[in-house]
Design a protein around this ligand. Structure first.
Ligand code: NAP
Ligand code: SF4
Length: 674
């Protein structure tokens, strides 16, 4: 067989270890690393990725001491007692032929506790705690703690360490004038500001000799004011090489940056040029990162010489067998990360265990198990949206005889609409994945089959009702006026929409509709994206920030909700601000606290702040939530199906807060039990 991804699958040597391929599972906090009793779960999570063929895994950040904790009680590597727990992890990865590095972190002013510390005691805008300025003595102590943690990592069986020097944590705080106003040897010009990072590398080298792999995650684009320029970054990369660094990994943007770096609307591989710029000036390997999610992109980055390895974290949560499938020529079977952040980073930032929207087994490998069934059953799944697809494919994978009935001509449900929203093109990948898996697992699919109540009686052992939702039609006088459109009219049916539009409802779909009505391109080309967000990928200015190019609004749009207060709170913690900023770039008028009075030829009449006014719009798009559709099943007074062979999941079960994360998880959990 011709090797489909020759560069991706080529081995590479990093110091004392040779990796089987160029795929690195980048560091990502899961929440499991913070409690020692979760280490067997953490081991199972990493073992599955190692079994799936990934070349190198980097753990979530482990603090070198308690003041460097991300959160009180976070994972540490500062005593021999920690080593025992980490052994679970390293043994599990090695058993599958993988390699694993421990990421060493000190959070500096991002530490979420009152004893945080930083170069100059300057508070970050994303943390309520004001850090203490580190003394000269304390700086050397922390350098020693990095070396101690690296020694313990080696003892725990880790094949190397990654020093976290990006994303705005302590070492990148030292690197940038933004957080470092020191006048001693650890401040001043780039040589002084990079001294702490370089001393950390030298201390680890002294502790562990010349061949133990030391990777540094270096911020190659800070995306904050008073960040570094490309010249300063290259100077540091060269100094790191001279200090004995084995490999440089790419970090993009501080956590407090006002530019998105990983959400789905960021173009794929947007930052590869930042990695390529550094690679030209060093001889050690360099790793590319951020918004890399398919083997094709990985191969392209490596083949073009922009990087020596590729780092993906979320894509390996989404599919632990990413590498194995790519190597077997089965890339279409990869469950692609859609960069939604809904179950991974949104969980992490809410102190919940991470998982994955498209793969609910992620971080739950020991709890959600798709074992082969000893007694295969005949199962009907009604509805080919996310809940139905998840239930059907998992049940069939377990050996059940599954038939999926879908009323329309294609599977995908709400995702089919989401994928049409500019910036959400990735959602199409999930439909592609499930479509492929229907074939692979042998699900019989009947399209254009609207099932009536009672129609399947006596034919199946279990019937899964995943019939989804219908858009809610609010009782506003004039709601049947021709100016009124539903969101499926706009997103799915492509009905023409005029130049002035009012959108009723500012949940996730209201925002999606605004973005659909305003975007010039789908997907947005990289150049247009950098212009909109004010990014200079060459970092000719500090932090790579330049004035954004003003967007010319394509339409005049009003986004409305009845509730008072901030709008657009629906979408997750790590994505909501991006959507709100996008709407602002396009001049959307946001009106909270309105009352809808009537719709007529003049437009939408509202009451706002006690005063009546009319929005003279061409169209009103209704995005007022949904109601469950479950007329194929008879429910008892407890809301549960009377006939126990029926199982209601997804939006058909609960329409409020309908979301794909719950739908896919509910489908998988049900199918794992059937
Ligand atoms: P939603 O988030 O529940 O929002 C519904 C909106 O309609 C609210 O703004 C609500 O605000 C308004 N509304 C509710 N009842 C109304 C009524 N009777 N008359 C007028 N307005 C009414 O629902 P959605 O936007 O349809 O989204 C559905 C699900 O998909 C949500 O769980 C959402 O999180 C998810 N989703 C997520 C994303 C994402 O990017 N993460 C994107 C799309 C969808 P008021 O009641 O204040 O008027
Ligand atoms: Fe990717 Fe979304 Fe899964 Fe996170 S939750 S790994 S962003 S698909």
């Amino acid at each position: 067989m011709i090797q489909p991804y020759p560069h991706l699958l080529a081995p590479i040597t990093l110091g004392s270890v040779t990796l089987r391929n160029r795929v690195m599972m980048g560091s990502m906090h899961t929440g499991l690393e913070d409690r020692f009793w979760n280490y067997p779960k953490l081991a199972a999570y990493f073992a599955e990725r190692a079994a799936g063929g990934v070349g190198l895994i980097v753990t979530g950040g482990i603090s070198v001491d308690r003041r460097g904790w991300l959160l009180p009680g976070g994972g540490t590597m500062n005593s021999r007692a920690d080593v025992i727990h980490h052994r679970h992890v390293t043994d599990a990865v090695h058993a599958h032929g993988g390699h694993i590095f421990l990421q060493l972190i000190h959070a500096g002013r991002y530490s979420y506790h009152p004893f945080s510390e930083s170069p100059s005691g300057i508070k970050s805008r994303i943390n309520p705690f004001k850090p203490k300025k580190m003394t000269h003595k304390r700086i050397w102590q922390v350098i020693g703690h990095f070396a101690r943690a690296a020694r313990l990592a080696e003892l725990a069986g880790y094949d190397g360490v990654e020093v976290m020097g990006s994303e705005g944590y302590l070492l990148s705080q030292f690197m940038c004038k933004r957080a470092n106003k020191r006048t001693d040897e650890f401040g001043g010009d780039i040589h002084g500001r990079s001294k702490m990072l370089l001393e950390v590398v030298r201390a680890i080298r002294t502790a562990l000799g010349s061949s133990y792999p030391v990777m540094v995650r270096l911020s190659l684009l800070d995306l904050v004011e008073e960040g570094n320029t490309q010249d300063e970054i290259i100077t540091t990369a060269q100094a790191l090489q001279a200090a004995g660094t084995t490999v440089i990994n790419t970090g993009i943007g501080w956590h407090e940056a006002a530019v998105p770096t990983i959400v789905t609307s960021v173009p794929r591989a947007a930052f590869r040029s930042a990695t390529a710029a550094v690679k030209k000036h060093v001889t050690i390997p360099v790793v590319a990162s951020n918004r890399i999610n398919t083997p094709e992109i990985c191969e392209d980055i490596l083949a073009s010489g922009d990087a020596d390895m590729v780092s993906m974290a979320r894509p390996l949560l989404a599919d632990p067998a990413f590498v194995q499938k790519a190597a077997a020529g089965q890339a279409a079977r990869i469950n692609t990360c859609i960069a939604c952040n809904q179950a991974c980073l949104d969980h992490t930032f809410s102190n919940k265990r991470a998982s994955c929207l498209v793969n609910p087994r992620a971080c739950h490998e020991t709890e959600l198990v798709y074992s082969r069934t000893p007694s295969p059953k005949k199962i009907a799944v009604i509805g080919g949206g996310m809940a139905g697809l998840s239930a059907a494919t998992v049940a069939a994978q377990r050996g059940h005889d599954v038939t999926l009935f879908e009323a329309s001509g294609a599977v995908g449900g709400q995702f089919d609409m989401a994928a049409r929203v500019p910036g959400k093109e990735e959602f199409r990948e999930t439909i592609r994945y499930f479509t492929e898996m229907l074939t692979v697992t042998g699900v019989k699919v009947e399209l254009h089959r609207r099932i009536r109540a009672g129609e399947l009686d006596g034919q199946f052992d279990d019937i899964v009702v995943a019939t989804g939702v219908a858009p809610r039609r609010p009782k506003i006088p004039g709601i049947d006026h021709p100016k009124v459109l539903s969101y499926p009219d706009v997103l799915r049916a492509g009905k023409p929409v005029g130049g002035k539009v009012a959108v009723i409802g500012a949940g996730g779909i209201g925002i999606d509709v605004c973005e659909f009505l305003l975007a010039e391109h789908s997907p947005q080309p990289l150049e247009a994206w950098t212009q909109e967000w004010g990014v200079d990928l060459q970092s000719r200015t500090p932090g790579g920030l330049v004035p954004p190019v003003q967007q010319k609004p394509k339409r005049q749009v009003w986004l409305l909700q009845r509730k008072e207060g901030r709008m657009g709170n629906g979408p997750g913690k790590t994505t909501g601000w991006v959507h709100r900023a996008t709407l602002q770039h396009h001049g959307v008028t946001m009106l909270p606290g309105v009352e809808y009075l009537r719709i007529d030829d003049q437009g939408l009449h509202i009451r706002e702040g006690g005063k009546e006014r009319v929005l003279a719009v061409d169209h009103i798009v209704v995005c007022a939530g949904q109601d469950s559709v479950r007329d194929v099943v008879q429910l008892g007074s407890d809301g549960k199906p009377i006939d126990k062979k029926f199982h209601v999941i997804g939006g058909a079960d609960v329409a409020a807060e309908l979301d794909a994360k719950r739908a896919i998880r509910q489908g998988a959990e049900l199918a794992a039990r059937l």
